[in-house]
Design a protein around this ligand. Structure first.
Ligand code: SAH
Length: 258
């Protein structure tokens, strides 16, 4: 990589952080969907250990913290998100139970069988669904849970425009039955799966970005990287509105068996 490219990529990285730190969630989701997923999990106690992997700035982590007992470790690759995560936790006086750490989901700092629950909303794709299910399993206690949301096809076939977009963005995208089979194959009982509602994409994800996009285009007036980035975000939102019958995020909740 030439130095010129490197600086462009570093800028991209900071830009993406800045952009997404302006919205409550960095992926599709909502407090209601988080609580629905949580409703399938046996009650946790003050000793319970929970990890939220790819937590971003912690929108869903704070909902979890307010509706469970136990210690929550949020982990994200981006230090900027973790800074915000910890500041927001402190703002809600949750700092004793909720801690954000910088790290990568492919190298978890937990002990074997330490965790009662692994949570990951809109983030497991970074390691890959099957790899994440398999590699994270050893950190979960027998009888403990995993709850992840993952982009999935709702139908067996779909128009080529959306097929091509997602196959390129995330080749591991698959149908719900195939994803469920992968959950079972990785050594979990499927406790529940449900499609998260459309408002998780619209009201909670794409709509809040509209203002941020306008502000960004003003702030970085004439910057081609910014313009291209925002074009891509808008394109993704348009594809969602056109093809939302064919795909969406699905929560998969599994219980680790012996
Ligand atoms: N769970 C949050 C954020 C989802 S966006 C929400 O639902 O709002 C995906 C997140 O995964 C981003 O915050 C990104 O920084 C993080 N991420 C990407 N690669 C990662 C990795 N290897 N390890 C940990 N986090 C990662």
């Amino acid at each position: 990589m030439s130095n010129e490219n490197k600086s462009i990529h570093e800028f991209d990285f900071n830009l993406i952080c800045e952009y997404f730190s302006n919205i409550e969630r960095q992926g599709p989701g909502s407090p209601e969907a988080t609580l629905q997923a949580l409703s399938f999990i046996d009650p946790l106690n003050p000793q319970s250990q929970i990890a939220d992997l790819g937590c971003g700035t912690g929108g869903q982590t704070r909902i979890l913290a307010q509706h469970t007992q136990g210690q929550i470790t949020g982990m994200d690759l981006f230090p900027y998100f973790i800074d915000l995560f910890n500041r927001k936790a402190a703002g809600l006086n949750l700092q004793d139970r909720v801690k954000g750490i910088v790290g990568s989901m492919d190298d978890l700092p937990f002990r074997e069988e330490e965790l009662d629950l692994i949570w990951s909303e809109g983030a497991i794709y970074n390691i890959g669904f099957q790899r994440g299910l398999n590699e994270w399993r050893k950190f979960i206690k027998t009888g403990g849970y995993i709850a992840v949301s993952e982009v999935s096809w709702f139908t067996g076939e779909r128009p080529s425009e959306i097929q091509d977009f997602w196959t390129d963005a995330y080749p591991e995208i698959d149908t719900i039955p195939n994803k469920i089979a992968q959950v079972q194959k990785a050594g979990y009982i499927l406790v529940a799966s449900f499609i998260i509602p459309e408002d998780c994409w619209t009201d909670h994800f794409y709509s809040p970005q509209v203002k941020v996009q306008e502000a960004f285009l003003k702030k970085y007036n004439g910057n081609q990287t910014v313009e291209e980035f925002i074009r891509n975000q808008r394109h993704e939102a348009q594809l969602y509105s056109k093809y939302k019958e064919y795909y969406g995020y699905v929560f998969y909740i599994g219980k680790k068996i012996g």
